[in-house]
Design a protein around this ligand. Structure first.
Ligand SMILES: Cc1cc2nc3c(=O)[nH]c(=O)nc-3n(C[C@H](O)[C@H](O)[C@H](O)COP(=O)(O)OP(=O)(O)OC[C@H]3O[C@@H](n4cnc5c(N)ncnc54)[C@H](O)[C@@H]3O)c2cc1C
Length: 597
């Protein structure tokens, strides 16, 4: 497997020019952010990713996490790498400084997360979940409970998990059956959870499970779910580790990919009931859990982004060394490296363009998260929250669908060797597959986009985003450049396709929801593709301006324009076809009733 090189040039470009680090200083608590600080963080995080996490990726896949004597052991090297991450204070990066974190904006924490995920997806899933658990706990936990558990979660000495899924309750959380009964100041939890990532491991001294369960006489459905903190090891009065809680790992799953990330079947309360502490209100669990789920959904999108970058680097490096066939039109010359062949260049450019589009979207979403948390202006804060809500299912589903396609393209660039495990290209494909499934399948994300994020506010946030893009179009058209004119030519109809399909969705979701549901996935794809084109076009305009003023790295900036044009001509035309599928495809889908299959 090839080494991982943090893509710092593109990260810097986006943070400096597309997001604007200078805008972050207007947010409460982020006044100290500047380019020097960002640079130091990115370079150091890149070192941990490249030097500590990345070298373990392939060995971790081969060895896998193991389960013996009711305990999970991580593959060789993982404990030391995780400890280096903890010792560097990386776990608390986006956590409020008032509670012991580093207090950095998500706009900076997300690139760090991307690098860790790219380097070693299986290992980096552990802190990803922990950061979501911290956000949930900080927002909904009682002060006394937080005092006991939160500081060690923030350092990463203890890690958090999310326990939602049960055999009969996957996408449908209303079917959760785990039980909780009050027992003095605490509760006793009984029941089984399945597919719990990092439900057990040996990276940390304690594991803090956040478990959805149902109290006696709770209302039916998700309104009857309460959230409990269930530690693996109970604490003594002085806060030190005490006896084991009644929590047992039954087994770990044997999976297609992510072999080094332990996915556990958990049994709570086999003996006397696991001790759990209520987080938030009784029957208010689902709303509290959504704080973690939203954080983790964006995080899983970033897993997809990191994985794509790793697959791209490996394919690119191979394409520069593998000699095969003569250059087209040069039959008498010796064979050339495959990167000379137009179709290989097309594949690599497709990988690179999608990655840069995906990165821009993810980072813009991170900026919206920061504004929603920290803007002093209530109107801006509301804008940030609405934009983050709208973009979350797109970041999750678009980026993870792409990660499957891009990892597969990576294998194609490698040819037959890509199908052989030693090269590592196949691992990326296997590791990517679950990203489109966990944290809410991409079908559920598409429903979320249509029925919650667009229909619920009657299209307000969606239309605000479209207006922002439509206001940018005249400035794109006004550029005196053939490249940018070519981009505008494709972006303008793509935006119109998004507007038409969005208007159709709004009416259809209200009147004939089955039709809207049948078109939800192609609709999400259309919006993702169009947004990618918008952010790349903006990047191309910025690059053009920098080139004109002779500022910056000219080859890199010219590359941004090439990438944007490639994306405009190869990806944006698909938006028009997707709009047709969205607006007329549901009839055939719905005509195929169960008997048809
Ligand atoms: C490796 C791994 C790690 C995981 N980690 C965790 C974890 O840490 N914590 C945790 O709680 N869970 C975890 N999960 C569970 C994961 O979140 C679920 O697998 C996922 O939510 C889907 O549920 P399901 O598998 O039961 O599929 P189902 O819900 O049975 O779905 C099957 C298919 O039906 C579709 N479908 C279902 N309902 C609808 C609907 N209403 N509309 C449209 N389509 C629908 C789905 O999109 C999917 O294609 C993990 C799973 C895996 C495989």
């Amino acid at each position: 497997m090839s080494a991982y090189t943090p893509p710092l040039d593109d990260i810097r470009f986006l943070l400096t020019h597309l997001i604007g680090l200078d805008r972050l200083v207007f947010l409460r608590g982020y006044e100290f952010v500047n380019e020097e600080l960002a640079e130091a963080i990115l370079v150091e995080a890149g070192k941990i990713a490249a030097e500590k996490f990345a070298p373990l990726n392939q060995g971790g896949d081969r060895h896998g996490a193991t389960f013996e004597n009711n305990r999970v052991t991580m593959p060789p090297g993982f404990r030391d790498a995780y400890q280096a991450y903890v010792d560097g204070g990386w776990n608390g990066l986006p956590v409020r400084s008032a509670i012991g974190g580093q207090g950095l904006p998500w706009s900076l924490a997300m690139p760090v997360q991307e690098m860790m995920q790219a380097a070693n997806l299986s290992l980096a899933l552990c802190p990803l979940l922990n950061q979501g658990a911290i956000e949930l706990f900080d927002a909904h936990g009682s002060e006394s409970l937080k005092k006991k558990f939160l500081p060690k979660m923030i350092t990463g000495a203890w890690t958090g998990t999310m326990n939602l899924t049960e055999p009969q309750a996957g996408s449908d959380l209303a079917a959760i059956k785990c039980k909780a009964v009050k027992d003095g100041d605490a509760y006793r939890i009984t029941g089984q959870k399945i597919f719990i990532s990092y439900g057990d491991h040996d990276l940390s001294e304690n594991i803090i499970h956040f478990v959805l369960a149902r109290l006696p006489d709770a209302p039916e459905g998700t309104k009857g779910l309460s959230l409990f903190l269930v530690p693996k090891i109970l604490l003594k009065d002085n806060g030190s580790l005490g006896t084991a809680n009644d929590v047992r790992v039954v087994s770990i799953e044997h999976k297609l990919g992510q072999h080094a990330s332990p996915t556990c079947v958990m049994s709570f309360g086999d003996a006397s009931g696991a001790v759990g502490y209520l987080v938030g209100e009784e029957n208010g669990g689902i709303a509290a859990m959504f704080t973690m789920m939203n954080n983790a959904r964006i995080g899983v999108g970033v897993q997809g982004l990191g994985l794509m970058e790793r697959a791209y680097q490996s394919a690119r490096d191979y394409a520069k060394t593998r000699a095969q066939s003569r250059d087209i039109g040069q039959p008498k010359q010796p064979p050339v490296t495959i990167i000379h062949h137009p179709d290989v260049r097309r594949m690599l450019l497709s990988m690179k363009a999608h990655i840069e589009a995906a990165r821009a979207l993810a980072y813009c979403c991170a900026y919206a998260v920061d504004v929603s948390h920290a803007s002093p202006d209530p109107a801006q804060k509301a804008w940030g929250a609405a934009r983050m809500d709208l973009l979350t299912p797109i970041v999750k589903a678009w980026l993870t669908d792409l990660s499957n396609e891009i990892a597969s393209l990576g294998v194609q660039v490698w040819g037959g060797m890509g199908y052989i495990e030693e090269t590592g290209a196949a691992q990326h494909m296997r590791d990517a597959r679950v990203l489109a499934i966990y944290e809410g399948t991409n079908g559920i994300q598409a429903n979320d986009l249509v029925f919650r994020k667009i229909a619920r506010d009657k299209g307000a946030a969606f239309n605000a985003l479209l207006r922002e893009i439509e206001e940018f179009l005249p400035s794109l058209r006004a550029q005196k450049s053939d490249e940018l004119a070519a981009i505008a030519q494709q972006l303008i109809p793509a935006v119109k396709a998004a507007r038409d399909a969005g208007a159709w969705m709004l009416t259809t979701a209200a009147n004939t929801p089955a039709d809207a549901a049948a078109g939800a996935t192609p609709f999400l794809r259309l919006i993702g593709n169009m947004l990618g084109g918008y952010y790349l076009a903006k990047s191309a305009v910025i690059a053009q301006g920098l080139l004109a003023s002779d500022t910056g790295d000219a080859p890199f900036l010219s590359g941004k324009i090439i990438t944007a044009r490639f994306y405009a001509e190869h990806v944006l035309p698909q938006c028009l076809a997707l709009a047709v599928t969205v607006m007329s495809g549901s009839r055939a889908t719905l005509a195929a009733t169960e008997e048809y299959f």
